[in-house]
Design a binder for this molecule. Structure first.
Ligand SMILES: *[C@@H]1O[C@H](CO)[C@@H](O)[C@H](O)[C@H]1NC(C)=O
Length: 181
């Protein structure tokens, strides 16, 4: 599928999934091709300008992504990815603050559960979940089901000023360790 012009690959974790972005750049034809999870989303076969930007969207929330092509010296190029207007690293750092992710296996199937802490939206394998939220003595509980199983995200005060609230996931009452993405 990909030609020898593949020059950059990035992985971007969004709430509805982890996306692999591949970029092919032909420095004689100016060709630019972008693939998201193997699907071609941008194709330009002939471009006089070898530097510049390509913008497209990723995921069901249409997150904006931009690849910048810059000449660094002679005929060497540098490719950088921006997501939602931020450098990829800034975007990752920001998501580490604003989201929490759990990877779990239930009845032999893999699930990726993502909590968006500011909205308390919960995503599971690309779907935004129907949840019921309630206040309890030590914080909040946000419940939803995965397969036949009851999940509960508890938010409680950490007792520390710095990272105020901790979130943890219970599957049938058992705590699931959080993932790094
Ligand atoms: C939410 O889940 C927790 C833990 O499983 C349970 O104790 C609680 O009763 C549930 N709340 C609702 C409203 O279903």
């Amino acid at each position: 599928m990909l030609s020898g012009d593949l020059v950059a690959v990035w992985e971007v974790a969004l709430s509805d999934g982890v996306y692999r972005i591949e970029f092919a750049h032909g420095t004689t034809t100016g060709k630019r091709v972008v693939y998201v999870n193997g699907q071609e989303v941008v194709r330009k076969d002939w471009m006089f300008k070898l530097v510049g930007k390509e913008t497209f969207t990723v995921g069901s929330s249409d997150t904006k992504a931009t690849i910048a092509i810059e000449a660094i010296s002679g005929f060497a190029y540098e490719y950088t990815l921006q997501i939602a207007g931020k450098s990829l690293q800034k975007f990752i750092d920001n998501r580490a603050q604003t989201t929490k992710t759990w990877l779990l296996k239930v009845d032999g199937q893999d699930y990726r559960v993502v909590l968006e802490k500011d909205t308390m939206d919960v995503w599971c394998n690309g779907q935004k979940m129907d949840t019921t939220g309630e206040f309890v003595d030590d914080g909040t509980e946000t419940n939803f089901t995965v397969g036949e199983h009851e999940c509960c995200i508890k938010a409680t005060s950490s007792g520390k000023k710095k990272n105020g609230i901790v979130h943890y996931l219970l599957l049938d009452g058992e705590q699931i360790p959080a993932s790094t993405h």
